[in-house]
Design a protein around this ligand. Structure first.
Ligand code: PEP
Ligand code: MN
Length: 633
């Protein structure tokens, strides 16, 4: 049982409570969480209301499981662990990569350079190696830690490395950004207690003969000492199978996701022991919901002092990153290989780089909406979010500098353009597109508890929700359809309306308002993506940009559009999108919005714009940014 208090108890109060409970036969444990509240934990249910002052108790969670603080009920929204600037367990999928062991500065630097170049987020490398045989390479010890620290400086990647005993844990903590507990040490309780007392993120690997429950109880040791920055790692278990070094238990991912709030990553290198099997299993890990993967990479695997046969070659690591980037999007996550939004220096990557104004991002809707997801993916989990009532307000916040950036949807792959935002881009000429992102959208039917599909009378949804589920709605007869302002509001209105009502909404909102999800994925086509743009009041083409958006108007004569498009065709420029919209205030005149592949840093493309200008009555460049649609890699 967990009792969450509303303040921190002092030592004397804790001692007194401890004693009075022990008297009644209960053993309790105190943990200070967040520096703000004391949490009382016990293996067994105890009469909290009798022994704890009512003024102290904020919430009681009575669990029938052996693990308590690791249980999802304690932090239903999930834990996000921060390693340097990298967040594990948030919107993005994280890749940890590096050699099994640090062998030399040259070996680590060569690997780190590749890890960084292809978009890895955290560098790994063992300095203390727990080896099965005493004759195997045992690691460079502190010299290895020093090399890791130098690699962090040089390549701007946080580092994770293993502590093998309570004695070297502090030394490791002094150098590393994250402490790894290896499979062989998962139940080294003294070591777990030691890292529980350190305030450093921990990567806790599953023991090779440990159950998921054992793993969560090992994590519980660390949490129980007040260190909540724990990431679990599935790295394969011993089974009767002999073709692979271990059996990678991917079932553990959805199982842990349900049971625990802690992030979990997958190590397919130790999980398979075979280089060629690492990429397929890494893909599967991301597909089944892992928060990240950890892989071994070596410049010359044949010469590796440990785990060569399972270490990826550099070229394989590159492929792995490209594969994971594609798969992440399909499962509603994202793998950041670089700052595709072009908005902030990529977190954790710009060692000593410029430090622009802290982003404040305006978006439509509430926390948890798709737009807020886009904001977190672009600016990090801790970004300051400014919720707005409508799209115009998003633009106004940006123009008035109350927000540094805004996020608005521009088009959807089923329903097409969100025209209003095209118009707002013109109406606010100070704003430019500085980035874009794609989010896969799944819609579900949520009903008020107890309402059956055939007793449904009222259905709430955002107009986009209705539009994306047209085919599904055709099958629903006699239901009144009510448009609301957001997906979240659809669920809230259902909860308020009561029996007979339902909504088209997201997983999160359906769960938040206690509705019953009766049908999943009801959108007309599973390849349902919404394209969001990130706007700011600056126009700054950069060499890494590969997409330009502009809008132009033409005189009305035969072949005018044909000639304008010739400006692109003659230069072999690929058009990504062309859309016409009424020119507001000039009846029967039209604006052409066009997205094309190019980079305005280059003269060729500047000349293109010059020529287009001479052929049009109006031309405005809306933005220069990175094309985020890279599914066709
Ligand atoms: C390692 O990560 O190099 C390692 C020793 O892993 P495990 O503890 O999972 O065997
Ligand atoms: Mn290894």
């Amino acid at each position: 049982m967990i009792v969450i208090g509303n303040h921190v108890l002092d030592e004397k109060e804790k001692r007194e409570l401890q004693e009075s409970l022990r008297h009644r036969g209960f053993v309790v444990h105190f943990v200070d969480f967040d520096g703000k509240k004391t949490v009382v934990v016990s293996e067994r249910t105890f009469p909290a209301s009798e022994v704890l002052p009512a003024s102290f108790v904020e919430r009681v969670i009575d669990l029938e499981t052996s693990f308590q603080l690791a249980h999802r009920a304690f932090l239903p929204q999930g834990t996000v662990v921060r390693v340097g600037d990298v967040a594990i367990g948030g919107e993005t999928v994280v890749v940890i990569a590096g050699p099994c062991a640090v062998e030399s500065q040259d070996q680590l630097f060569r690997t780190a350079e590749v890890v960084r170049r292809f978009g890895g987020h955290i560098l790994r490398g063992g300095a203390f190696k727990p080896r099965t045989s005493p004759y195997s390479f045992q690691g460079l010890g502190e010299a290895g830690l020093e090399i890791l620290a130098r690699a962090r400086e040089r390549f701007g990647l946080p580092v994770v490395t293993e502590a093998t005993s309570p004695e070297n844990a502090e030394l490791v903590a002094a150098y590393a950004d994250m402490i790894q507990i290896g499979a062989r040490n998962m139940q080294n309780f003294e070591l777990l207690k030691k890292v529980g007392m350190l305030r450093k993120p921990v990567l806790l690997k599953r023991g090779m003969s440990a159950t998921v429950e054992d793993l969560l109880l090992a994590a519980e040791y660390i949490l129980s000492l007040g260190n909540f920055q724990v990431v679990l790692c599935e790295r394969g278990i011993r089974t009767i199978e002999r073709f692979t070094r271990n059996t990678l238990d991917l079932t553990a991912i959805p199982v842990v996701k349900e049971l625990s709030h802690l992030p979990i990553v997958v190590d397919p290198s130790h999980g398979t022991g075979l280089r060629e099997k690492v990429i397929p299993m890494a893909r599967a890990a991301v597909a089944c919901g892992a928060d990240g993967v950890m892989v071994e990479v070596h410049p010359e695997p044949e010469r590796a002092l440990s785990d060569g046969p399972q270490s990826l070659r550099f070229e394989q690591f590159r492929k792995l990153m490209r594969d994971l980037e594609v798969i992440s999007v399909l499962v509603g996550r994202e793998l950041k290989r670089e700052d595709i939004a072009g908005t902030v220096p990529y977190s954790g990557r710009t060692a000593g780089g410029s430090n622009p104004e802290k982003p404040r991002v305006a978006f439509l809707g509430e926390q948890g909406s798709f737009s807020s997801q886009v904001a977190r993916r672009s600016f990090g989990e801790d970004v300051e979010l400014l919720p707005c009532q409508n799209f115009r307000e998003v633009f106004e916040q940006v123009v008035s500098n109350k927000a540094t950036h805004g996020v608005v949807p521009l088009e959807n792959t089923i329903t097409g353009s969100i025209h209003h935002n095209f118009d707002l881009l013109l109406e606010f000429p100070e704003t430019f597109i500085v980035g874009e992102r794609f989010i896969r959208v799944s819609q579900h039917l949520g009903l008020y508890p107890g309402t059956a599909k055939d007793t449904l009378r009222v259905l709430f949804a955002h107009p986009q929700g209705f539009a994306q589920c047209g085919k599904f709605l055709e099958r629903l007869r006699g239901v009144r359809i009510i448009n609301v302002g957001s997906t979240e509001e659809a669920a809230r209105r259902t909860a308020e309306f009561g029996p007979g009502s339902g909504c088209i909404s997201s997983d999160e909102a359906i769960a938040k308002y206690g509705l019953e999800k009766v049908e999943e994925d009801i959108e007309d086509n599973p390849r349902n993506f919404t394209r969001f743009i990130i706007i700011a009041t600056r126009f700054e083409p950069l060499p890494e940009h590969d997409k330009v958006s502009c809008v132009f108007a033409l005189r009305n004569y035969p072949g005018a559009l044909y000639e304008a498009l010739g400006v692109f065709a003659r230069r072999g420029v690929n058009l990504l999108k062309l859309e016409s919209r009424p020119f507001i205030g000039r009846p029967w005149e039209y604006l052409f919005y066009v997205d094309w592949e190019g980079n305005l840093v280059e003269e060729k493309y500047q000349q293109l714009l010059e020529e287009l200008k001479t052929r049009s009555t109006f031309l405005r460049v809306l933005g220069s940014y990175r094309n985020a649609w890279k599914l066709e890699v």
